[in-house]
Ligand binder design. Sequence first.
Ligand code: C2E
Ligand code: CA
Ligand code: CA
Length: 391
Amino acid sequence: MLKNILVADDSPSIRNFLVALLEQKTEATIQTALDGKDALEVILSSPPFDLALIDLNMPIMDGVQLLKRLAELQFSAPIVIISGLSRQILGAIEKLSKEYRLNVVGTIGKPIDVSAVEHILTQLTNHERHRTVVEEIKTYEILDALQNGKVEPWFQPQVELIRRRLVGFEVLCRIRHKRHGLMLPQQFMQTLEKSELIQVVTFELFKQAITRFCSLPDAYQQCTLSFNLSATLFDSETFIEQLIQLIHDSPMANERIMMEITETTIATKPLNELEGTARLAIAGCGLSIDDFGSGKATLERLHSLPFSELKIDQQFLPKTQISEAQRALLESTINMARRLGMKVVVEGVETFHQWELVQHLGCEMAQGYFIAAPMPFESVAEWINQWQSLT
Ligand code: C2E
Ligand code: CA
Ligand code: CA
């Protein structure tokens, strides 16, 4: 249940409208602020908020400055951005908020659409109901999980759009926690990447995933397995050495192993990354540039590292109607990748409409809930049977 809500907007009519609406729809205490500076003061002097609605265009301290200050304060409550600005500017602000690690749950345009506010409130209450823990797991808990076989690879299918043929699976890490149940990467990845535990966990996933996959009937042995490699791993020469050894020793053909390297975190020493990826490519593994479009040095990286596949981040695939600009971006990225001889995978395909769209734009492969959500190994064979019976 929402208890404390903050509404920060300099326009009295919008403030009053939102307060009246929130009073009607929730049982929360609602506080208001007239500008960013005022909002910050209210936040610092009140009990924790469980929702903040923030206007971007305010005097004295605008919404962007406020978001930055909130990030510094590690403000963790859900934030809704209110603004009359264009979708493009809002997109930029959403991206910025992600970088700041703020929890932006939605944006509302002006004039305010009551159903948009209602939608966000329902989502928040549903989420609250289904929420497992979102706080990060502690290092000793990860160690404990490793020792007890509770770090597991989950598998999400990747399929060809045209023939619907199954191409392979992305391996995604899950941790089974004694009290909190199944934990997702957002709850432990940061902790892992801060320590050398990321190396141990990555090895564990490689070993388990490959062993399990090789136990499947021969008919599935053409599938690829894609692993996520954190950029920090490239800073350890011994890690890359050992990984290559593991791949050589494994019963799986090296060409069937794809390394997904994300753009969002760049190795602290780019030369190490170049060296590491070159060695993995020489070993015969496929290299995939992950989350394409969401990070830094995009074009330069494409040019300098030997990637054979490009994964377009799900933020580029809109959930609703695609705008001309979004379509142009998607289309030109797909074309560019093809001209560079790379395969393109679009992530986050959730609906038939999106499936048709990316197929139409010339993309080869898709991954997303429309095809299947990540699953434990125990469900893989059954899923493959079902998929093949449909195609
Ligand atoms: P990613 O590499 O972009 O992986 C795709 C994420 O999108 C997965 O989240 C997947 O469950 C989710 N997803 C798949 N289809 C859909 C869809 O249709 N809609 C939506 N909204 N989401 C979809 P997950 O498993 O929570 O992983 C999050 C991120 O954590 C991954 O993003 C990856 O960057 C990182 N990660 C996961 N496993 C590992 C790992 O073993 N090592 C490293 N270094 N990173 C990992
Ligand atoms: Ca990935
Ligand atoms: Ca992604």
